[in-house]
Design a protein around this ligand. Structure first.
Ligand code: SAH
Length: 512
């Protein structure tokens, strides 16, 4: 028989991809197959090799999750066929992760395995809200308890009453659905009804929300706020702490809704919270590349025919090179090419690959780029424009009119949907909404349209579904222009194409 594959049970941490271990990340980068549950972040899947098989074994919407025995069976089968498998689990594999059952199944078949610890949400999620699970002289122990058992969601674990008598910090996982019962049992068994309590939703993620209240009131407060899963419940004196460095900050008390990819939103949320703002992630943008599609493949093969490469976004630059390297090509096939970029953000991305732009217009827009290209290129040139689908037709029309040859190829598509951490029913009033791309603007209004007037998504954005009291913030002119097309005027246009520029523009505005 062939060599047996090894199965690595890897903890992914509580959500923020930065909180995964280096060892876990390295294993992800070299496995043949990754078997995963519902993950807090999709970025983990970006770290696996191109040809890695991805097997989802989590809950399907409206369906039960796959039976544990089936998952065990999949792991065993993959290992028997010689695959290196990463079994990726949220938090730590052995904290309510059923990792032990998978280990037993592997042992039964003599399959080699290794467990790789993860940062457990039981500690990291409270910490992210500034709650230490132990604190000198306040809490000398902490207890991690499941809020539901195999017997069904109606059932709390047996002997639950004992927890009410413990002096340390109580941390409940999987308990949100049972919160009223948990509270009742704790109080019945001796916990004081004014014991500090906290519930943290989406801990360590851009959409993190925290509700604190005395034990007797925590359920109703959580219900009012519309908190959802995943959530950790903390009960005990340390739940009153908020050990977070918070400059009261120029944006204290401001609520900012943000749009963008997970990576961008994560960084922007961190930068805004540092200034004191409360941040909600509204729209999750996804970039899907087309580097394997025939048009891009042909373009790569025929690179020697092109004299100019034209980029209209940093994403375009990044994906172009990703596709270039993928088939074993290297920089030498670009030695003869000149580069044009739409603005400094795109230019900076290009420099990261070792190329300086030969042309960049003074103003960041498709028309300026097109006019400039007409000046610098001639009839002997052939341009490759590799950009997102639905890019501005002004660019291509101007080149056509000037008789310059080009190929306009879809390198990627951008789409957006309501971020899962955004709960419209909360009817939260926002002070600002930020947009970092024209496609982000389109996705936002698409979601608004789908929600319909007077519907929850609109209510969340202001009374009677209006955006009129919300200041709309755009990263630059192109984004602002798209907003105009949707019938709205940008209140702020940052003009600097990076996160710090957006944040500073909001701070400046908030002083007015
Ligand atoms: N093995 C995991 C726990 C699995 S049980 C670990 O060590 O973290 C799943 C429960 O973990 C959820 O019901 C929730 O209570 C908690 N949880 C996981 N990630 C969370 C997050 N980012 N925010 C809040 N709760 C989280």
């Amino acid at each position: 028989m062939d060599r047996l594959g090894c199965v690595y049970l890897v903890g992914a941490g509580p959500g923020d991809p930065g909180l995964m271990t280096l060892k876990g990340r390295e294993l992800l980068s070299l496995c043949d197959v990754v078997v995963y549950d519902h993950l807090a972040s999709e970025r983990f899947l970006d770290w696996v090799p191109e040809n890695c098989r991805k097997i989802y074994v989590g809950k399907q919407a409206g369906h039960h999750s796959m039976k544990q025995e089936e998952i065990n069976g999949i792991l065993v089968e993959l290992a028997l066929s010689g695959r290196t498998v990463v079994r990726l689990k949220g938090g730590d594999p052995f904290v309510f992760g059923r990792g032990g059952e998978e280990v037993l199944a592997l042992e039964k078949h003599g399959i080699p395995y290794e467990t790789v610890p993860g940062v457990t949400s039981a500690v990291a999620v409270p910490e992210s809200a500034g709650i230490p699970v132990t604190h000198r002289a306040v809490s000398r122990s902490f207890h991690v308890i499941t809020g539901h058992t195999q017997a069904g969601t109606e059932c709390l674990p047996p002997d639950f009453g004992v927890y009410g008598t413990l002096p340390g910090t109580l941390v409940f996982l999987m308990g949100l659905g049972q919160l009223p019962k948990i509270v009742q049992q704790l109080i019945d068994s001796g916990k004081s009804s004014d014991t500090p309590a906290a519930v943290i939703e989406n801990g360590t993620l851009p959409g993190e929300r925290v509700i604190r209240a005395p034990l007797a009131q925590i359920s109703s407060r959580v219900r009012e706020a519309g908190l959802g899963t995943p959530a950790v419940i903390v009960v005990g004196d340390t739940a009153a702490y908020e050990m977070k460095y918070r400059t009261e900050g120029p944006l204290a008390g401001k609520r900012v809704g943000i749009t963008g990819t997970e990576q961008f939103a994560g960084k922007l949320a961190a930068a805004l919270s540092e200034q004191g703002a409360q941040v909600s992630w509204l729209i999750n943008m996804k970039v899907e590349d087309h580097i394997d599609e025939a048009p891009m493949q042909t373009a790569y093969r025929n690179l020697s025919d092109y004299t100019w490469l034209v980029f209209t976004s940093a994403n375009g630059v990044r994906l172009f090179f990703q596709g270039l390297f993928k088939d074993g090509r290297d920089y030498r096939c670009l030695g003869h090419v000149k580069f044009a970029v739409i603005g400094d953000g795109t230019g900076r991305e290009l420099s990261g690959y070792g190329f300086n732009a030969d042309y960049m217009p003074d103003t960041y827009c498709a028309k300026a780029l097109a006019d400039g290209l007409v000046q610098v290129a001639g009839p002997g040139d052939r341009l490759l424009i590799a950009r997102s689908g639905g890019g501005s037709p002004v660019l291509t029309q101007t080149l056509l009119d000037a008789g310059i040859r080009f190929d306009d190829i879809v390198l990627y598509e951008v789409s957006g949907r309501q971020a899962s951490s955004f709960r419209p029913e909360q009817e939260m009033r926002l002070d600002y909404i930020t947009f970092a791309s024209a496609s982000g603007v389109r996705a936002f209004f698409d979601c608004m349209d789908k929600a319909g007037t007077g519907d929850t998504a609109n209510k969340a954005l202001g009374p009677a579904g209006s955006l009129k009291d919300i200041r709309l913030v755009c990263i630059g002119a192109v984004t602002a222009h798209e907003l105009e097309r949707q019938g709205y005027r940008a209140d702020i246009t940052a003009g600097q194409y990076h996160i710090e520029g957006l944040v500073q523009a909001i701070i400046k505005d908030s002083f007015v």
